[in-house]
Design a protein around this ligand. Structure first.
Ligand SMILES: NC(=O)c1ccc[n+]([C@@H]2O[C@H](COP(=O)([O-])OP(=O)(O)OC[C@H]3O[C@@H](n4cnc5c(N)ncnc54)[C@H](OP(=O)(O)O)[C@@H]3O)[C@@H](O)[C@H]2O)c1
Length: 403
């Protein structure tokens, strides 16, 4: 079969943090995307996907569950590529079962060219028997025994799932490539923060618990992760595993970068030392395909999204629209109130603003309905009240004085 870019691809768990960026990038590259989600009727959870450029024309969302056998058959049939990113919440056992379920559907599809599986750098680094002077590369596998002893269930499940995927694909002659992202940071498209984004937010609020445990880690920007997935899918010569990490740093280095950047935030000063081996990652396999990772200094600019959440009333108005534009550019999350969020013509200019897809939410509220603003304002640190009831007649004397 001829190797061509474009065509129809399936993304499992399409509404997740990582998958949403992948869907965004695939649509921008002209692909037709079949995204699987557990509940296609959940408008709130999926609205960010429908706002992506090209979504109305080339995105289809279908129901599939990792734990239901054959559930992915319809979504995958006829696709040339499958990006399997979905990962169950109850991770041990279901991670392997879910991966084999998706690969079982891939096996039935005669159009399939390649499967790209989202694994994790934790499948490489959870071991204590290596020479720390030699950076770890894709030939390294985490030790299942060590993962069990240290009770690092995520690394254990991801390692088991990736190993099971290789075994299945080798036996069934499926072209598999795996991407092994480090800790992913950057703007979240879905309305709810995934666990890694919540960890970063907690750190900026001064909480150390999650990062104390993470210790030394690789970091990578979410957009780079999406682009890596597409590169290894499109590059005919790509094969095997690909580490996807920009920089490996200790959590002490991370907080010193963060506190220099955000002096007003209560970022922790340091962490207790962990008895863990030092390591670096060798990412020359992906960079030799022409990929260049964003440096960590650029990633922190994206973190400005954590500047806070504010509400702008009457967000689609003349003055408010500029305010929303500026707030988004400054990195705020903006809840804009409008009387009719479904009026596409009236709110389209807001959705075109830079940062809107990632950090703007429009909700319904009416000045004349008591309590109508409660939901929009709850949880916001700031409120910009610009909305003003429309005058019935421009000849009313107060109309002039209100300008
Ligand atoms: N974030 C990171 O730093 C990072 C780093 C390395 C690797 N990874 C890997 O990247 C992938 C995506 O992670 P993420 O951070 O984007 O997490 P996420 O936002 O929580 O996304 C996980 C997705 O999995 C789906 N899912 C969960 N249980 C499912 C089930 N039973 N059936 C079908 N779908 C199910 C969820 O779908 P619903 O929308 O239906 O709930 C959700 O969309 C995972 O494989 C993860 O291990 C992430």
């Amino acid at each position: 079969m001829e190797w061509v870019k474009g065509g129809k691809v399936c993304v499992t768990g399409a509404a997740g943090f990582l998958a949403s960026w992948l869907v965004k990038r695939l649509l921008l590259s002209g692909y037709h995307v079949i995204g699987t989600v557990r509940d296609p009727a959940n408008e709130k959870k999926l609205a960010h996907l429908w706002r992506l450029d090209g979504a109305k024309e080339r995105l289809k969302l279908v129901r599939a569950d990792l734990l239901e056998e054959g559930s992915f058959d319809d979504a995958i049939m006829g696709c040339q590529g499958v990006f399997h990113t979905a990962s169950p919440t109850e991770i041990l056992g279901p991670a392997v079962k879910g991966t084999l379920n998706v690969l079982g559907s891939c096996k039935k599809n005669p159009s399939l060219r390649r499967v790209v599986l989202t694994s994790s750098s934790s499948t490489v680094r959870a071991r204590d028997d290596f020479d720390y002077k030699i950076p770890l590369d894709e030939s390294s596998w985490s030790s299942l025994e060590l993962c069990e002893t240290l009770r690092v269930w995520y690394a254990l499940a991801k390692t088991q799932a990736e190993k099971a995927a290789w075994e299945f694909c080798n036996e069934n002659k499926i072209d598999l490539v795996t991407v092994l992202p480090a800790f992913v940071i950057g703007p979240s498209l879905p309305p709810d923060l995934c666990s890694t984004a919540s960890d970063v937010l907690a750190l900026l609020k001064g909480e150390t618990e999650q990062f104390q445990w993470h210790g030394r880690m690789g970091y990578v920007h979410i957009d780079d992760v999406a682009l890596c997935h597409i590169l290894v899918y499109e590059h005919e010569g790509a094969s095997g595993r690909y580490l996807c990490s920009s920089t490996v740093i200790d959590n002490d280095e991370l907080v010193s970068i963060l506190s220099a950047r955000y002096p007003s935030l209560p970022v922790p000063k340091g962490f207790a030392k962990l008895d863990r081996p030092y390591y670096e990652f060798n990412t020359s396999k992906i960079t030799s395909l022409g990929f260049k990772f964003r440096p960590i200094e650029e990633m922190k600019v994206e973190m400005e999204g954590v500047k806070g959440k504010v509400c702008v009333t009457g967000a689609s108005g003349f003055l408010a629209s500029w305010l929303v534009k500026r707030l988004l550019l400054c990195g705020y999350h903006v809840i804009g109130t409008v009387r009719d969020p479904a009026n596409e013509k009236k709110v389209a200019h807001l959705w075109r603003l830079e940062g809107a897809n990632e950090r703007l939410k429009l909700v319904r509220a009416d000045l004349l309905e008591e309590g109508s603003f409660d939901d929009a304002i709850m949880g916001c640190q700031g409120v910009f009240h610009t909305a003003s009831p429309v005058m019935k007649s421009s000849f009313h004397p107060k109309a002039c004085s209100s300008v």
